[in-house]
Design a binder for this molecule. Sequence first.
Ligand SMILES: Cc1cc2nc3c(=O)[nH]c(=O)nc-3n(C[C@H](O)[C@H](O)[C@H](O)COP(=O)(O)OP(=O)(O)OC[C@H]3O[C@@H](n4cnc5c(N)ncnc54)[C@H](O)[C@@H]3O)c2cc1C
Length: 394
Amino acid sequence: MSVVRNSLCNGCHACYSICPWNCISMTPDHEGFLYPRIDTLQCKNCGLCEKICPALHREKQKIQPDNLIAVINNDAATRKISSSGGVFTLLAETVIRQHGAVFGAAFDADFHVQHDAAESIEGLAAFRGSKYVQSSIGESYKACKKRLDEGQKALFSGTPCQIAGLKAYLQSEYTNLYCLDLICGGASSPKVWEKYLAYQKSIYHSKPVRISFRYKNPNWNPMYMLLEFENGVRYVSKNDLYFHKSYGYGISLRPSCFQCNFRPVNQGSDITLGDFWKIKKYFPGMYDRYGTSLVILNSEKGKELFEHIKAQCKYVYINSELSKEYARTTFKCFKGRHRNRDLFFKHLDTMPFDTLVKKYTDYLLIFRMLLQKIVRRCFDKLRKPMNVNTMVEK
Ligand SMILES: Cc1cc2nc3c(=O)[nH]c(=O)nc-3n(C[C@H](O)[C@H](O)[C@H](O)COP(=O)(O)OP(=O)(O)OC[C@H]3O[C@@H](n4cnc5c(N)ncnc54)[C@H](O)[C@@H]3O)c2cc1C
């Protein structure tokens, strides 16, 4: 028995974490996504899991941001190893310096993606860099609550649905908690990731020792996938034809990502981070070869945390009109499931990974996406130009 229909469940672990009788387990389905399963023999029917489930209480929480901020961490070395402008590191270091704990998504020894905690600046390295695979929350909500109840500060970072899950689990506001979410385009199946790694291991006859989904070679755009193997081989691929391609086409995403209720901006988080892809067009001066972060401050706590890092970065506030326009055109989730998605997962266990991706991501789709882009550009050009007033603070 489950808590919510699989197509809606985002696997946030709120129900698993809150069950007082520990009778909910998180179990992978045939696609490799974790879903809650209730042990009906142990269940006392208290209803707590259903009461707090963010997917069952999908009231619209979306807000349009008033102000976006383009931000670049002054430290080029950190920028280079982060996904965009390296803002996560600055925010997390601030909390660590206040003797707080930071929660984020890290690789384990076998490159599975899971949430963990860090209490030192060195410990933050594991969280740096986007991993385009759904991370398992495990015991992290419980560990975060324990620290908050003890009076320690905590910064919890994750996808918007994971932040919604944490808030649902906590059930009360904590002044010592900072929530940081990402402008998330969706999370890939951990099983697809495993199959990709197995494929790469079989090609290079070695196991990976370092992986980056966003290797800057030498710029952040286009994206490169990096895998370094134990035998010294380096796989560096522009828009990697296998994992990145399956992610880019949305074919490997969790079903709930296609009807995400937590994007673009969820009121639950204090700060939202993303990639400022169009920065070169809007503010050439804020373009950086290693990347520019997009920051949204959603609460007073978020604003206060940002004050702490201002001296360590270069930033520009974007006016409200342009912010809304940018959010409207950029913060979108995938519209509908990929038409070959079911076939892709049906053959995931049996077909070689390269053949699978080639076969089920077709050219017709690229053509349609290109056409949509051209039509959108034409519409943009026809509309009157916007008055772009910005305030450059630094
Ligand atoms: C699955 C996913 C999809 C994304 N989609 C978009 C998008 O469509 N548009 C956009 O503008 N930005 C997107 N981002 C955000 C973007 O890639 C950067 O994370 C963001 O710009 C912050 O970069 P940074 O340089 O400040 O810090 P970094 O050091 O790169 O930040 C790392 C942060 O991401 C968290 N993180 C990494 N992997 C995961 C994961 N699997 N699950 C949860 N948290 C994770 C870490 O805990 C840490 O908080 C996505 C991120 C992820 C993880």
